[in-house]
Design a protein around this ligand. Structure first.
Ligand SMILES: Cc1cc2nc3c(=O)[nH]c(=O)nc-3n(C[C@H](O)[C@H](O)[C@H](O)COP(=O)(O)OP(=O)(O)OC[C@H]3O[C@@H](n4cnc5c(N)ncnc54)[C@H](O)[C@@H]3O)c2cc1C
Length: 503
């Protein structure tokens, strides 16, 4: 690259979570006037207004930005999250946790999961959650950050946050503007393209103002103003597997449990989320419009809140899937503009983060070379597809047969990758993580076991350890984890002591 070929103007279209996360990252790295970064957003259009639950990888993003954790938690009125609690998914009345962080420890080069499966096969079906510090702490409503202690589960507790999406965008806006990002208020009315290569050259606001750029980052949400409406990148529809196409969201006053978990409760035609923040609960019902009407879903949600409603219902429509190309010419789509899968595993904000990280890794100049763009698209396709299959597992592996909705998802054919993963697990209980797929073997194990997928056998290698020795070591692990959980403070007590937004 020659110095005079570098990007001069980057335009981010949209000021939701995706837009401001992108702005913050560019503000952090493109320092000293390397290039100008402008973010255009429209208060009249607003943001999607949801997206409050995260996974531990967000800590990588926060560290990259150099955020002070207590300040971040306070300003976004956040709480901590150790797991997702799945209620009524396998069967009505059954629940399990998908924890961040491992179960037990691997022994003699064999996965802990294999030993647990052997105990299960011996009929000693010890509660899987008893081997996870995150699950025990979640059940007991406790939290602390890892204390770095070696050889202790307390040394490396994996955690994430639940925050107010509007406050998060505001927080990152302050961060970005302090690092030279310019915010431009206004609704984009038209988009101009280079007639020769189709590159976007500028956007024109309703006010008539023109904003020019070399690279455009489309964070305009579901509408995909540049990537779809202008460049027609195309959309791959996954709704035959992820049938929910609507959500109704509604915050309410605090009530019920304050445990550091997001709860996902399976419902007759979808599922309901419950996300505790410091000042309110975030709630919503993601549902299939083919199986329940908007009015029914809204009434159902209203009847299943733990507090008093704080706003009128926010109705959202979507189609599960992914933009066929999230980078096309000089436009990179990040966030909802790039694709959407229901937030069953709180993965969307993470996908924004991945989009940003890959963009930084393949940062272009004005040549926009195709091999790099193709590579970006391949990597993003991989990320989306592997997460998609993990989400589908929650539906496929169910015994529920109480509504046509559950009959459909239980019987549907699934993608080959998932079918193979389930078949390999059903054989000897093994899970193999492919390359850098987001969800690791602990996650797959938690959901396979949680949803009731029982292997026919277990890894023969575990028989190297005698049954008595196995029982002794497993009891020891349970005891270490139980004792570790006992020393953790209460979740809200921890927040009050360190990062109270309300005090
Ligand atoms: C029901 C639901 C629940 C979710 N829950 C979670 C969750 O728990 N965890 C998680 O990780 N993710 C979740 N997500 C996803 C998460 O909400 C999004 O990934 C995140 O909010 C990013 O949205 P966005 O910034 O791409 O789009 P938006 O928030 O829609 O922002 C779009 C921006 O573009 C601007 N814009 C659009 N058109 C124009 C125009 N013509 N001119 C100017 N500006 C324009 C808008 O003003 C806005 O600023 C959820 C999503 C849904 C639908």
């Amino acid at each position: 690259m020659t110095a005079n070929n570098r990007l001069r103007n980057i335009v981010i279209v949209g000021g939701g979570t995706a837009g401001w996360m992108t702005a913050a990252a560019l503000g952090r790295y493109l320092k000293d006037g390397y290039t100008k970064v402008t973010l255009v957003e429209s208060e009249a259009i607003g943001t999607v207004g949801v997206g409050e639950s995260t996974i531990p990888q967000i800590n990588i993003f926060n560290r990259m930005l150099g955020l002070d954790e207590n300040d971040f938690v306070r300003k976004t009125k956040a709480t901590y999250k150790l797991a997702i609690e799945f209620v009524d998914w396998k069967a009505i009345g059954h629940s399990y946790h998908h924890p961040f962080g491992p179960y037990g420890i691997d022994m003699e080069a064999v996965s802990f999961h294999a030993y647990w499966l052997k105990l299960h096969a011996l009929g000693e079906d010890h509660d899987l959650g008893a081997y996870s510090l995150n699950v025990l702490a979640a059940r007991q409503d406790r939290f602390m950050r890892p204390n770095g202690q070696p050889n202790s589960p307390l040394g490396s507790i994996a955690y994430a946050y639940q925050f107010d999406a509007g406050l998060y965008a505001r927080y990152l806006r302050d961060y970005s503007e302090a690092r030279g990002v310019t915010r431009q208020e206004g609704k984009i009315a038209t988009v101009q393209q280079n007639p020769l290569n189709g590159h976007v050259t500028s956007v024109t606001l309703e006010s008539g103002q023109v904003v020019e750029g070399d690279l455009f980052i489309d964070c305009s949400g579901f509408r995909g103003l540049l990537i779809e409406q202008t460049l027609k990148a195309g959309y791959e529809d996954w709704s035959q597997w992820l049938v929910n196409d609507r959500a109704v969201a509604m915050p309410c006053t605090l009530g019920g449990s304050t445990a550091p978990v997001t709860r996902a409760t399976a419902r007759p035609a979808g599922w309901q989320w419950r996300i505790p923040l410091q000042h309110r609960l975030g709630n919503g019902y993601a549902y299939s419009s083919a199986h329940i009407s908007e009015d029914e879903a809204t009434s159902f949600l209203l009847a299943h809140l733990d507090g008093e409603p704080l706003a009128s219902p926010n109705h959202i429509r979507f189609t599960a899937g992914r933009r066929k190309k999230s980078w096309d010419r000089n436009v990179v789509a990040i966030g909802l503009a790039a694709g959407f899968m229901e937030p069953l595993e709180s993965q969307s904000i993470h996908l924004i983060q991945v989009g940003i990280a890959r963009l930084l890794a393949m940062f272009p100049d004005r040549d926009f070379r195709q091999p790099d763009i193709d590579r970006y698209n391949r990597v993003m396709t991989f990320e989306y597809e592997k997460i998609r299959d993990f989400l589908i597992l929650h539906y496929k592996a169910t015994t529920r047969n109480d509504t046509p909705y559950w009959d459909y998802v239980r019987e549907m054919p699934v993608p080959d990758y998932l079918a193979d993963k389930m078949a390999v697990f059903e054989s000897y209980g093994r899970i193999f993580r492919e390359n850098e797929e987001l969800f690791n073997d602990t996650s797959w194990f938690a959901v396979m076991v949680g949803q009731g997928v029982v292997p026919k056998g277990y890894d023969p290698m575990v028989d190297v350890m005698s049954d008595d020795e196995l029982r002794r070591r497993m009891a020891e692990i349970r005891s270490v984890i139980a004792r570790s959980a006992e020393v953790m403070p209460g979740h809200m007590a921890f927040i009050r002591a360190n990062c109270d937004a309300m005090g």
